[in-house]
Design a protein around this ligand. Structure first.
Ligand code: BDR
Ligand code: CA
Length: 313
């Protein structure tokens, strides 16, 4: 079977890192490149974290540092969730690669141009790089097969009552993405808040006792500390859903909607608004993931972590 060519674009971030662990373990994906974005922490920190995660999981593909700031706004960072480094918790190996001497957006464009078949983009941070790519290289749109993103939520937000973090940080970029006409799979809070990984699930991963599984379990320990304080029973591993939508869509429920991004609301900036009743008479622009078989999701993560016990580093 042909693998799905993908570019991973994120702001690691504990859940981004677990998304990359999952992607790299999947026989269904062909990871062509990784890029970082300013989100959970500064671009310097998310870039360093990206390369450390790549070293941990033995992912040896081109990496480039993405945009330093959102398209029009100042950064918002999340040290309260991910720590001062942006990926606090277990010690990680130092980067094994050097970043490409080009911007992340240019690296994406290069990969798209050189690919014989369209490539799927998997953004798990703010959509700054993808927005810039669509603005700067509109001719490459047909080379993008799909954008499988983590962001938004059609019923509620997490950083404001209306907005999810990734969309709130760069709503202008998100607006460009949702208006682009490129097929979108949106794994937002509607599903990620259901995709809780419980402490007993951490122990299944820890018990695998390979170097990657051990780190994943410790990332979950760290990530859960913040969420436990907010009353969660487990850790919502949001970003892993953007990868799950590609490698195990059968465990998800999805529905097509026309989704717009609010860029100028008094209370709703960054909100992703779904036209539930078709009042705008627009064709759907996004497949929105709404539900998940949680146990199957946990099994998928455990299986991915186990993969690293079978391969050398
Ligand atoms: C998103 O925000 C970040 O903190 C996570 O990495 C995830 O991408 C969830 O709202
Ligand atoms: Ca993220």
């Amino acid at each position: 079977m042909n693998k799905i060519p993908v570019i991973l674009d994120g702001d690691p971030g504990h859940d981004d890192a677990i998304a990359w662990v999952l992607a790299n373990a999947s026989p269904l994906l062909d990871i062509r490149a990784c890029t970082s974005v300013c989100g959970n922490q500064t671009i310097e920190k998310t870039s360093y974290n990206s390369m450390r995660v790549m070293a941990l999981i033995g992912l040896n593909v081109p990496f480039a540092m993405g945009r330093k700031k959102p398209l029009l706004r100042e950064p918002i960072i999340a040290p309260n969730v991910h720590g001062e480094t942006g990926l606090d918790g277990p010690a990680l190996p130092e980067p094994a690669i050097k970043p490409e001497p080009i911007d992340g957006v240019e690296l994406m464009a290069k990969v798209l141009k050189e690919s014989a078949e369209p490539v799927t983009l998997v953004p798990t941070g703010p959509l700054t790089n993808i927005g810039a790519l669509l603005l700067l290289y509109p001719e490459l749109k047909p080379k993008i097969a799909r954008i499988s993103l983590m962001g938004g939520g059609i019923y509620f937000g997490n950083w404001t009552p209306a907005a999810e973090f990734n969309i709130l940080v760069d709503p202008e970029a998100a607006n460009i993405v949702f208006r682009s006409g490129v097929p979108i799979t949106m794994s937002g809070l509607d599903v990620t808040e259901e995709a809780l990984v419980f402490p007993e699930d951490f122990e299944r991963i820890r018990a695998l006792n390979n170097p990657v599984a051990t780190v994943v379990a410790e990332w979950l320990d760290f990530f859960y500390k913040f969420h436990r304080g907010k009353g969660y029973d487990g850790a919502p591993v949001h970003d892993a859903l953007a990868v799950t939508a590609l490698v195990k869509p059968e465990i998800l429920t999805m529905k097509d909607y026309y989704v717009q991004v609010e860029t100028a609301g008094d209370f709703t900036t960054g909100m992703t608004i779904a036209d539930h009743f078709g009042v705008l008479r627009q064709q759907p622009n996004a497949t929105v993931v709404l539900g998940i078989d949680r146990q199957a999701f946990v099994d998928l993560l455990v299986e991915a972590a186990a993969y690293y016990g079978k391969v050398a580093g």
